[in-house]
Design a binder for this molecule. Sequence first.
Ligand SMILES: [Zn+2]
Length: 336
Amino acid sequence: MRIKGVIGQSRAVAQLEAEASANRLAHAYMFVGPAGVGRGTCALALFAALNCERPLHGAACGQCGSCRRAAAAEHEDLIILEPPSQAASSQIKVEAVREAIRATGFAPYGGGKRLILIRRAENLNPASGNALLKTLEEPPPNNILVLTVGDAKELLPTLVSRCRKVAFKPLGSELIAEELVRRGADPETARLKAGLSSGSLGRALALDADLLRQGLSAWLEQLAGGGQALEDWAFAEELVGAHRRAGGLDRQGISQGLDLLALFYRDQAVRAAGKGELALLPGGAAGPGLAGACAGFSRVRRAQGEILANAAPELALVVMMQKLRQDASGDMQANG
Ligand SMILES: [Zn+2]
């Protein structure tokens, strides 16, 4: 059997194809890897391959009724559970798990395999996880469970031990850029998004290039300003405020917002080192020299680390801005 349509995860795909071809598919899998690298896509592709009505050379045809319903995630034998919202604290409720388990009591309607995909399984609450245990241990015949998870350590060990692991890796930025171009992005935007994607196609697709450029201009304008700590604080407060949610502060979001500024310094560094072809941001305005660019890059990364490690984000940002200006002025003196 062959699994089609999964980008850049050849090992994971090869493992599943080999197990399916040898008739040794597990009844419960855990697809482990970062979000947006193809774990869910691979589960859906596996489902399509297992249920295709007219397979072509062992792969799903993409044309039959089963393939089309699978592609639209509307197949009667495909059950998808996921947290109700994107918030990190959003939980998969036990009622939803029980309903999925009830469905496994009937033979698959299409006569093939039923697949129950549990996305972001780290968001199963303890009751939901416990409700799953027995089904994971021994699902009724022709049912396959796939749990996607970022880090197996975030799941109950009793769940982990019942699943066969398949590892998914971050994607290369070249591969992501190519895919974005294939989906209609212009090459420059594709490179920018790929550079900020941390190897996640899902994240790259969610990025808004115009917003990114506006965000970077705002940063550069603020940094070029007078450097009054109070003004910096107001700027930081506004930025952090945009990441306050009902469930608390989205530290990950604030940190990711700094990725573009880090990328700016990275580009300045590669340009200063005479490697402009490696730059990801358009333009080539005179920036800090190599030492200043490297210092800037590490200042931004340090602030990101502090914010993720629970520092007051406004304070971390203000300190970063003040230091960035000091670095820049020191660099100008060194160059002059
Ligand atoms: Zn088909």
